[in-house]
Design a protein around this ligand. Structure first.
Ligand code: NCD
Ligand code: ZN
Length: 334
């Protein structure tokens, strides 16, 4: 049994820099046609120079026929001219609330619309989508739900601006998706496979600890349903976020789940289990192409129903499903 995916896309990916960049870039570029690369380096990507340098580094490490779609780290003083110059070099501007997650310290402190208006109006006019890590600073399980009014306020204030709710994790986010024409969402593998019980309900599993945290079963089911049905306003974005084994397993473990090398195989298994394999092409490619209006490189990835043993480590990074067996593997890529 085979499954052919055309130009699979990962629309939310962390590649880091330095050694980590070298280790993880091929794991995505081998099996994906393109990916949207997040800008939360230290310091974050906020200038033309750092953006171009990062893009070139990624290209130099990528396998052939792979396009890194780049992003800028949101700042409220980006002006129209600056964004216009970079419009063709970026796919989104990514907004982080200050301190919400890894390397987001210089994010937005105050969601007062008037303060954000100059940048958001310029983006809206230039048709640059806004990608958001939507979490409040409240109790950890409620952070996404508490951020919903901000999503709605932004969607209403800038009706022409495409807004992507990244890595949605709650039923509350699912609920507003169809309420506003300009709201879209990315969905990770881990948020449709697991709940917070898998993180802390038994023995502590730091490798599933991420932001936004995995939530309750009813949240998982609501997001899973969107993914399985390939709802046209959702797309796959792994949020694969590598940290070293030491950083994950030590005290004060870092947030982020490393999923890149197993996402397609695990998605095939999950979609097959729910009898929805026919929708996977839309979820991992077609929907994003329409939402972002992009034409990524042609790449055909053939999956086959043969066992794949997930390695326990990729270098010094522990992947999701480490040491477990999946029922699909990647047979060839061309
Ligand atoms: C991400 C990271 O490590 O960069 N961590 C995470 O838990 N998802 C940042 C992010 O996307 O929130
Ligand atoms: Zn992320």
């Amino acid at each position: 049994m085979k499954l052919i995916l055309n130009s699979p896309l990962d629309m939310h990916l962390h590649l880091r820099d330095g050694e980590m960049l070298k280790n993880v870039t091929p794991l995505t570029s081998d099996n994906y046609s393109a990916a949207l690369v997040m800008p939360n380096l230290t310091p974050p990507i906020t200038t033309k120079e750092t953006l171009f340098k990062y893009r070139d580094e990624i290209l130099a490490l990528s396998s052939e026929n792979f396009k890194p779609y780049m992003s800028l780290f949101f700042q409220k003083d980006y002006n129209y001219e600056f964004l216009k110059e970079l419009k063709d070099e970026i796919l989104v501007v990514k907004l982080y609330p200050a301190g919400a997650t890894t390397n987001s310290e210089s994010g937005v402190v105050n969601f007062n619309i008037e303060e954000l208006r100059p940048t958001l109006e310029a983006m809206s006019e230039l048709e640059i989508p806004l990608s958001i890590h939507g979490e409040s600073d409240g109790f950890f399980l409620d952070r996404e739900a508490e951020f919903i009014p901000v999503y709605e306020k932004l969607a209403e204030a800038f009706p022409k601006l495409k807004i992507i709710m990244e890595h949605i994790s709650s039923k509350e986010a699912v609920k507003i998706l169809d309420k506003h024409e300009n709201l879209y969402a990315s969905i990770t593998l881990h948020h449709i496979l697991y709940t917070f019980d898998d993180v802390a309900g038994g023995k502590l599993n730091p490798h599933l600890f991420c932001k936004p945290v995995l939530k309750r079963e009813k949240d998982r089911r609501a997001i899973l349903k969107l993914a399985l049905n390939a709802h046209p306003k959702v797309m796959f974005g792994s949020d694969s976020a590598p940290h070293s084994q030491e950083a994950k397993e030590g005290a004060l473990g870092a947030a982020g789940v490393f999923t890149a090398p197993v996402t397609l195989q695990a998605l095939a298994e999950l979609f097959e289990k729910h009898n929805k394999l026919d929708n996977l092409q839309k979820f991992v490619s077609n929907n994003a192409k329409k939402i972002y209006n992009i034409t990524p490189p042609q790449k055909e990835v053939v999956l086959v129903k043969e066992k794949f043993s997930v390695p326990k480590l990729y270098g010094n990074i522990v992947p999701i499903l480490a040491g477990q067996e999946l029922s699909w593997s990647i047979e060839s890529v061309k």
